[in-house]
Design a protein around this ligand. Structure first.
Ligand SMILES: [Zn+2]
Length: 245
């Protein structure tokens, strides 16, 4: 059963925080979110019955693996309007996929091999701080610098084209989108992905971008559903513009 949007008003959370801040001085966000959770969970039970929660106790069977950025302004379950059990989610800085990173790899392997997820959505977003930092890593902590290094490399490889764009915002947005395309290609070459295709199991990998400016989720149309499809279908279009991944 798909429930209507179960979102507790974000506004009420922020209002509550603002109110505490005004009355007490220093807000305690944990007390606030626990209180908001109580309001939300009892509200869901009143609206839909206790099954809203108990129907998921037997396990999960999500159709979609979402890989996105940790940015607090990009709350995937909210903007996709999904409810419990629908999306398996992984978020990190710059919606990255790095094959030597056991965190991301374990999420992908679990989603494909144990949950039988058949769709992956790699989702970048406008105004991404990780992408912006990758263009000028400078004095960042080593942990961050290392994690976003593939995006820095991507920028350096395509610097001439990207730097020719007229504004900082356009340069950054272009790199956000190019990075998502790169990641669709990276994902398509992972072992668990190739194994799934070799077994004839369905798997589609999409590249999407969420826009902070209007809340829209946009398809970059670089979807792949079989091995080597990215290199055959999408890479030549990038090469034609002098771009490389
Ligand atoms: Zn981001």
């Amino acid at each position: 059963m798909r429930y209507s949007s179960p979102r507790v008003a974000m506004t009420s959370l922020f209002s509550a925080i603002a109110l505490i801040h005004t009355v007490v001085g220093t807000p305690n966000i944990i007390d606030t979110v626990i209180k908001e959770d109580k309001t939300w969970s009892t509200g869901q039970v009143s609206k839909f019955g206790v099954e809203y929660f108990t129907s998921h106790l037997g396990g999960q069977k999500p159709d979609l693996l979402y890989i996105g950025c940790s940015d607090s302004r990009v709350p995937s379950d909210i903007f996709m309007n999904v409810t419990l059990g629908e999306v398996f989610t992984h978020r990190n800085i710059g919606n990255s996929i790095i094959s030597r990173d056991p965190n991301t790899m374990s999420v992908i392997d679990y989603a494909l091999n144990h949950l039988n997820v058949s769709t992956i959505a790699i989702t970048g977003h406008s105004q991404c701080g990780g992408v912006k930092a990758s263009m000028n890593p400078g004095e960042l902590e080593d942990s961050i610098k290392t994690f976003i290094k593939p995006i820095t490399k991507l920028y350096r490889k395509n610097k001439k084209y990207i730097d020719s764009l007229p504004t900082d915002q356009e340069r950054q947005q272009f790199l956000v989108e190019l990075n998502v395309k790169r990641l669709v290609r990276v994902a398509s070459k992972l072992q668990s992905v190739k194994d799934r295709w070799r077994k004839g199991l369905p798997l589609a990998i999409y590249g999407l971008v969420y826009k902070l400016e209007d809340g829209s989720l946009n398809n970059l149309n670089v979807t792949v559903t079989k091995r080597n499809q990215f290199d055959r279908k999408h890479l030549p279009a990038l090469w034609a513009k002098g771009l490389t991944l």
